[in-house]
Ligand binder design. Structure first.
Ligand SMILES: [Zn+2]
Length: 65
């Protein structure tokens, strides 16, 4: 036995800045310290939709002015 703990890269939490991020599922990472959670499988889609909505809002604003 090399170690009781499997190798796991500890990522820094963007909320509490502790290196306690663990991978819960294939695309879900969670912080054990503050329960911060990020789903990478959905964040990409949300980002695209958010950009699209922002672009549409900008066009509407420009059209009104
Ligand atoms: Zn945290």
């Amino acid at each position: 036995m090399l170690s009781s703990q499997p190798y796991q890269e500890q990522l820094e939490c963007p909320r509490c800045h502790q290196h306690s991020i663990v991978q819960r599922n294939r695309d879900i990472y969670q912080c054990l310290n503050c329960q911060f959670q990020r789903d990478f499988s959905e964040s990409a889609g949300d980002g695209f939709v958010g950009t699209l909505v922002a672009a549409l809002a900008l066009v509407l604003l420009l059209a009104l002015v």
